[in-house]
Design a protein around this ligand. Structure first.
Ligand SMILES: [Zn+2]
Length: 192
């Protein structure tokens, strides 16, 4: 596209990748209850490793963390807005949350506009995450648009990888940054 010489490339909105930087990642805290409205249509998830001091997606067939015997865990993420704060963030959920979310999705055909409460039981950092989902009267069209959480996570993981690779004494990082998303219906057969 033609542009004025030496002028800025004026745009009404930042591109999608830059928008991805706006959303913090929220983990369910040991104490307290998260009360959010879901903005995503559905859950997006993948297997991850806590490896080399950071969370990274499992590289599946070519994964250094798997090769080194590091356990992988499934996580799912939703774009949400706080009921009281009205702040938006990406809420990280665990595999224990997948079944009630799936049941809700089947019944309501979307997660968008659902009220989600999440807490840990027992109230410890490694306590199991329990969620409740209930429909709300919120008009789906009035809620903020759901962001592609895969873009947000890619952005977070690339930053994490870049930081890691700048540490001279760091072990070799995993070779892939591409997450396996939930609609990949062929998880590795050798793990639960
Ligand atoms: Zn792996």
């Amino acid at each position: 596209m033609a542009q004025a010489p030496s002028g800025p490339n004026w745009q009404a909105r930042p591109d999608q990748m830059n928008q991805a930087q706006r959303y913090p990642l929220w983990r369910v805290s040991a104490r307290g209850v998260h009360r959010v409205i879901v903005l995503s249509h559905n859950l997006v998830g993948c297997y991850t490793h806590f490896y080399g001091g950071r969370t990274l997606p499992c590289g599946d067939e070519e994964c250094l963390a798997c090769d080194n015997g590091n356990a992988r865990r499934w996580h799912g993420w939703l774009h949400t807005i706080g009921v009281e704060s009205r702040a938006q963030g990406i809420l990280e959920l665990t595999s224990a949350c997948a079944l009630p979310i799936d049941e809700y999705f089947r019944a309501h055909r979307t997660l968008r506009a659902a009220m989600l409460t999440a807490r840990r039981t027992p109230a410890k950092p490694n306590g199991r995450v329990h969620i409740d989902l209930t429909p709300t009267e919120a008009d789906r069209t009035d809620l903020p648009k759901g962001v592609d959480v895969r873009l947000v996570l890619n952005h977070l993981w690339e930053i994490s990888e870049r930081r890691a690779t700048t540490k001279a004494n760091q072990t070799a990082p995993p070779q892939t940054t591409q997450p396996k998303i939930a609609d990949d219906t062929h998880p590795r057969s050798n793990t639960a």
